[in-house]
Design a protein around this ligand. Structure first.
Ligand SMILES: [Zn+2]
Length: 272
């Protein structure tokens, strides 16, 4: 049953109308965008639904409220058209230190991310980064490059870690299908750097302290040995990443200060 479904999905992708287009990313990088956003978004929605059905969802209300609070602050601070998008977030009760983004505004956060994101500002750095992957159309750019990635499959498998064997397998298959479709391929280094830069602006505009992105990535690296994260699959070296973040403070600290002055002072309460 599952295999038939996968084949159907892949056939659907093969049938996509291919649009040739050159685009420019929000930081001015030239992008090759070959896929239809509408088609990719429809596939991502299907994929996301499958993940929600096959992976355990968080039930602890305090944790849900905390993560949703941070995400809402960031989405409210986005510019149009992204502020008008229907963002959807799923919080998975999975220990992996990870998060992901899919076309159309689907964001997945694993509970384990809270091991690295130790306060609301650090969590905002993660969510801002994921939202930036969406707004910069990174999945489309990645899918346009095409090839199926074995590395990606490994990352997906590690992402899930332990747990119930049957459920894990189903989720693994779901992720594998997503990668075959180009929806969940690991992002390139250039895309990761760009998501860092854009995400930092998003968090700062929402009133989160961009300086907290530095300890976040340090924590993420410390956790990497235990469970590789999306961020680390193709990450810029941690020193370069941190240098780049610090280099953005001259731009992002004024945004943060403006938000504070305007009264945008988020107070998302972390669960005990
Ligand atoms: Zn990323």
């Amino acid at each position: 049953m599952l295999m038939i479904r996968l084949r159907n999905l892949i056939a659907l992708v093969a049938g996509l109308v291919v649009l040739t287009a050159c685009a420019t990313s929000p930081t001015g990088r030239s992008q090759v965008i070959l896929k239809s956003d509408d088609e990719l978004e429809a596939l991502a929605a299907k994929q996301f639904a499958e993940m929600k059905a096959s992976m355990p969802l968080m039930t602890d209300q305090a944790t849900i409220d905390y993560i949703a609070c941070v995400a809402n602050h960031i989405v409210l601070a986005l510019d149009e058209p992204h502020s008008q998008m229907e963002w959807e977030m799923a919080i998975f009760d999975v220990d992996a230190v990870n998060a992901f983004a899919m076309p159309g505004g689907k964001i997945g956060v694993m509970k384990g991310i809270l091991k690295a994101a130790r306060n609301q500002h650090q969590l905002a750095a993660v969510i801002g980064h994921e939202i930036a992957h969406v707004t910069a159309r990174h999945s489309n750019e990645r899918a346009s490059r095409g090839s199926f990635s074995e590395v990606g499959v490994q990352v997906a498998a590690v992402l899930l870690g332990g747990g119930n064997q049957g459920a894990t397998y189903t989720a693994y298959e779901a992720l594998k299908a997503g990668e075959a479709l180009g929806i969940m391929l690991p992002f390139s280094r250039a895309q990761e750097s760009e998501a860092d830069v854009i995400g930092l602006k998003y968090m700062a505009k929402a009133g989160f302290d961009p300086r907290q992105s530095v300890p976040l990535w340090q924590n993420m690296n410390a956790e990497a040995g235990k469970a590789p994260a999306e961020f680390l699959s193709t990450h810029p070296s941690s020193e370069r990443r941190i240098d780049q973040l610090v280099g953005q403070f001259s731009v992002t600290l004024p945004l943060y200060n403006d938000a504070q002055t305007a009264g945008d002072v988020p107070n998302c309460i972390a669960p005990e």
